[in-house]
Design a protein around this ligand. Structure first.
Ligand code: HEC
Ligand code: HEC
Length: 330
């Protein structure tokens, strides 16, 4: 009984400390971008093309949430119903947002190669209110919640099997720089200003399409480039590989976090049902680290991430994400 009281008191204290910590900072806009939704697409009736594909789609077809435009069907096994069509008016197709090859975009998540059991668990966490976004004004995570609410158990297991069989590929080029393109919010993600203007990157990661036009056509061969501050990859490497611990006079002084490889695999390639991290979107990674810390993401297995993120600042999360995103997916 006494023990139980003590444990409860301790848990409360930790909870309060975590809340107080996270409350000190706003979710960083460069990872949790939001703004007005795009105006409806204008379809000029023309059939569009992308390099290397013999397919053609109109703008209306490209933005059909219930019949995913697939430029490169030869890249992946045939998409099952929940991934290709979803259910009209109820559940949009997973492949629309996450792309048929599962590589995803900065505003959502890469699903290619995630363990099927992990995907199923996350869908339950979303559905049960255990996984939300720290920035309620950001649109796409809200749409994901809607999807999880309405997808059936069969939809979820079918989709999970499909995405788990796909292979993650290099998709995001990480570039250290002092200056980054000036950006604006464009419906779902940040886009470079048309003027081509640059501005100091400061303490931000700016993740943009390699080719704006092709990304707007949802070309699943046209990836992203993430501009990160100079020195961030190296600082992130130290945190990820050592947790920031140092050896002083033969004594190991613990760092502000734990090395990630023990759970996520030595090359961050994932281990059993712990998800892979290498090469994934740094915007997504920062959102997750921030959400674990703020408590917005507190699913069944998120408790293992609690001590990892507890003492991290947003700049630490930035450094970690810069390093992790720069690793080759395995
Ligand atoms: C309208 C767009 C949209 C659709 C459709 C969609 N998702 Fe998502 N999904 C998202 C967004 C956005 C996120 C990232 C949320 C965040 O940043 O916290 C996400 C995240 C996820 C994650 C978490 C990944 C991880 O690494 O933890 C899983 C799993 C997932 N989606 C599965 C699915 C499945 C399965 C379907 C189809 C049944 C689906 N999604 C359909 C937008 C979408
Ligand atoms: C004690 C084991 C453990 C350690 C150490 C650990 N993680 Fe995790 N991590 C997990 C588990 C388990 C999950 C899945 C949580 C869930 O189901 O919500 C996870 C999830 C994540 C996610 C979300 C991935 C996604 O697909 O949404 C990120 C990002 C992450 N960890 C980063 C890190 C980083 C960076 C480190 C090192 C600084 C680290 N983790 C150390 C166990 C660990």
């Amino acid at each position: 009984m006494e023990m139980r009281k003590l444990v409860t008191a301790l848990m409360l204290a930790v909870g309060v400390a975590v809340l107080a910590y996270a409350a000190g900072s706003e979710p960083p806009y460069w990872a949790f971008f939001w703004g007005p939704a795009d105006p409806p697409f204008k379809d000029d009736g023309a059939v569009k093309h992308v390099p290397g594909s013999n397919k053609g789609f109109t703008i209306t077809q490209i933005h059909d949430l219930y019949d995913v435009p697939d430029w490169f069907p030869e890249d992946h096994p045939s998409m099952p119903e929940p991934v290709l069509h979803g259910r009209k008016g109820e559940v949009p197709a997973c492949g629309y947002c996450h792309l048929p090859n599962g590589l995803g975009r900065p505003e959502n998540a890469e699903l290619a190669g995630l363990p099927a059991a992990y995907i199923v668990q996350q869908m339950q966490d979303f559905k049960n209110g255990l996984r939300k976004s720290s920035e309620p004004r950001m649109g796409p995570p809200k749409y994901m919640l809607e999807v999880a609410m309405h997808a059936t158990g069969a939809d979820v297991t079918t989709a999970a099997d499909y995405f788990a069989k796909l292979t993650a590929k290099p998709w995001i080029r990480v570039v250290e720089t002092d200056m980054a393109p000036r950006t604006h919010f464009a419906g779902s993600m940040l886009m470079p200003d048309e003027t081509g203007a640059k501005e100091p990157i400061r303490d931000r990661i700016i993740e943009l399409p390699e080719n704006v036009e092709l990304t707007e056509l949802r070309d699943s061969h046209s990836g992203f480039v993430a501009y990160v501050p100079k020195g961030s990859i190296r600082r992130g490497e130290v945190l990820v590989t050592t947790g920031g611990s140092t050896l002083i006079g033969g004594r190991m002084i613990p760092g502000k976090t734990t090395s990630c490889g023990v759970c996520h695999g030595p090359n961050l390639e994932g281990l059993a049902n712990v998800p892979p991290l290498a090469g994934r979107s740094p915007s997504y990674l920062v959102r997750q680290l921030y959400d674990f810390q703020s408590g917005a993401r507190h699913g069944v297995r998120a408790v293992l991430m609690r001590p990892v993120v507890q003492n991290l600042t947003v700049n630490d999360m930035l450094d970690i994400a810069a390093y992790v995103a720069s690793r080759r997916p395995q």
